[in-house]
Every structure is written in C-alpha cells, then in structure tokens.
Design a binder for this molecule. Structure first.
Ligand code: R5P
Length: 297
C-alpha cells in the first residue's frame, strides 16, 4: 500500500541549499557517463584520485615470465593489496578469485609473441566479454612510430568506440618499440595522441627530463609503467618522482612480482602513491615488513 501519510509529511526539501556537487579527482572524467566514472572510481582511489595497479599481463606475449609461473599461487594472494589488477581474461578467469574487490583492467590487444614483430597486434577481446567479466577498463598497446602504428591506433579507437557504448574506459599503453627512445618528446607525443583519440587513461614509461610536461599535456590521468626490475629503492624513487610530476598512480609488474617480497613492495609503493611518503621512508617500511616476515618464519 502506498505510503500516503509519509508523503504528506515530507518536508526536508531545503530549497535554499544548492544541489550537491560530486567532484571526481580523476582528470578529464567529469564529462563522462556515470557508469564510466563509477568504473574509474574502482580503479582510482576516490580519496587520493590515484591508483596502485598490479600488471601481470606479460604472458600474453612472453609466456611464463619469471615471477608469473603460478599466478594462482603468487599473484592471487596480492589482489586485496592493490587498487586494480591488470591482466588477460585467461589469467583472471583461471587464477584470480571472482570475489576480488580490486578493479579489473583486462588486456584487450594481442597477436604476436616475443618471437615476432611486437607491434603486429589486433583487438583480442570483445567488449561483450569485458562486460561479462565485469571489467572496469580494457587495455590496448599503441605503437606510435612503430611498424604497425596505424593498426594499433585503429585498435585503440575501435575499443574506445565499443567502450563508450557500454561505459567501459580504455587504458592506452604507450608501447615503446626496439628503435624508439623513451624521451620527453616521444612520450609527450604518444600520450597526447592516445588521449586525444579517446582513451580515458594513459600508461607510459617515466622519463627523467620534464616528465611533468608529459603529464601536463595529457588531458587524462597518466599512470607510470614499471619496466624492468630495479632495486626496490630505485623503483620507489622512480614512482615517487612520477607522482611528484603529476602522475595519477603506477601500473607496475616486474618491480613488484619479481621483488623478493612482493606484498611488502606493494605496501611501500602504496605509501609513495597514496600518502606521498618519501622513497627512503617507503623503503624503510619495506625493509621493516621484510624483517618482521623473516622473524615470523
Ligand atoms: C605493457 O607492455 C604490458 O602491459 C606489460 O605486460 C606490463 O605493463 C609491463 O609491466 P612492467 O613493465 O611493470 O613489468
């Protein structure tokens, strides 16, 4: 039965109070549809506007990389420590608990293995399967200046169009080919092209010189790729510099899962990304987690 009495008593209309404004800290997101903003909010921590994403999609072109031999045993236990997971649908379906609360970014391009020309990629995931898996974004390599540049750009725009139809953002990854340098000019070019063609997030490598210019010229969040394994303090220093230059987080793989202590390394990266802790203090935190762990064992 309708609540006629309750309706009659309604009086908290507050006509002098302006409508609440929900301000997203995610760059360039305020004109996106609610569903897409909601998904971005599962990747970027709403209070800091930043993300710590764990990349373990390497198997899609290089097979069982060191540290990823058993995703079910070595990566699945880390899912609750990060804001988002970046992986293939095969890895997620077989090896990640479906009840995970981490954001899910699915690898959506592929084709060649490490044995072939890497830029020869096609779209490798339908948007309907991304929806079925409740993905929060899909990721695509873009090979600016590469042998198959136009095709990889077409892969990006195809996914952006399909993503806009269902409210799934696209993470465009600046893929650096063998002959391309990771300098400010190149990364500025690649990140800007990817954002202008519609990606809602861009992932790129860090460069020492003027990374803040790369970030400033990109109208969507830039997240820093990790790259090859470095000593922990160096990786934390790189992450801290990227954040200081305006990056909205990190998407690190080998520097986490190839660390001797991946969970401790994630905590240290989180301290740098979300709490602006200095690399030295974050490294001390890493060392103390490791020391406690070894005492418990
Ligand atoms: C980019 O090329 C792919 O997504 C990689 O598999 C992944 O991002 C690499 O992560 P990292 O360089 O931090 O190991």
């Amino acid at each position: 039965m309708a609540d006629l009495e309750g309706n009659a008593a309604a009086k908290r209309f507050q006509p002098d109070t302006p409508p609440a404004q929900f301000i997203h800290k995610i760059r360039g997101a305020s004109n996106l549809d609610w569903g897409m903003q909601n998904r971005l909010g599962r990747i970027f921590n709403p209070s800091t506007g930043r993300t710590v994403m764990l990349a373990f999609d390497h198997g899609y072109f290089q097979g069982p990389t060191s540290g990823l031999e058993r995703i079910d045993l070595d990566i699945a236990p880390l899912e609750s420590c990060v804001d988002a997971l970046m992986c293939t649908r095969g890895a997620a379906r077989t090896s990640i608990p479906p009840a995970t609360q981490a954001g899910l970014v699915l690898r959506a391009s592929g084709g060649p293995s490490v044995l072939k020309e890497l830029s020869d990629e096609y779209v490798a995931l339908s948007m309907s399967d991304a929806v079925r898996m409740n993905a929060d974004a899909v990721a695509v390599q873009v090979f600016i200046g590469g042998e198959n540049e136009s095709r990889s750009v077409h892969n990006l725009t195809t996914l952006v169009d399909a993503g806009l139809e269902v409210g799934i953002p696209v993470l465009g990854v600046t893929a650096v080919g063998r002959d391309l340098t990771r300098d400010t000019r190149y990364l500025g070019l690649a990140t800007r092209i990817i954002a202008e063609l519609g990606a809602q997030i861009v992932k790129t490598y860090y460069c020492e010189e003027d990374f803040d210019h790369v970030v400033a010229a990109c109208p969507v969040p830039v997240i820093m790729a990790g790259g090859k394994k470095l000593p922990e303090l160096d990786a934390l220093t790189m992450a801290s510099r990227a954040i200081g230059a305006g990056a909205a987080g990190v998407d690190m793989g080998r520097n986490i899962f190839q660390s001797a202590h991946p969970a401790a390394m994630i905590q240290a990266v989180r301290a740098v990304v979300h709490d602006d802790v200095s690399p030295k203090d974050a490294y001390d935190e890493y060392r103390s987690c490791v020391d406690v762990g070894s005492r418990i064992q």
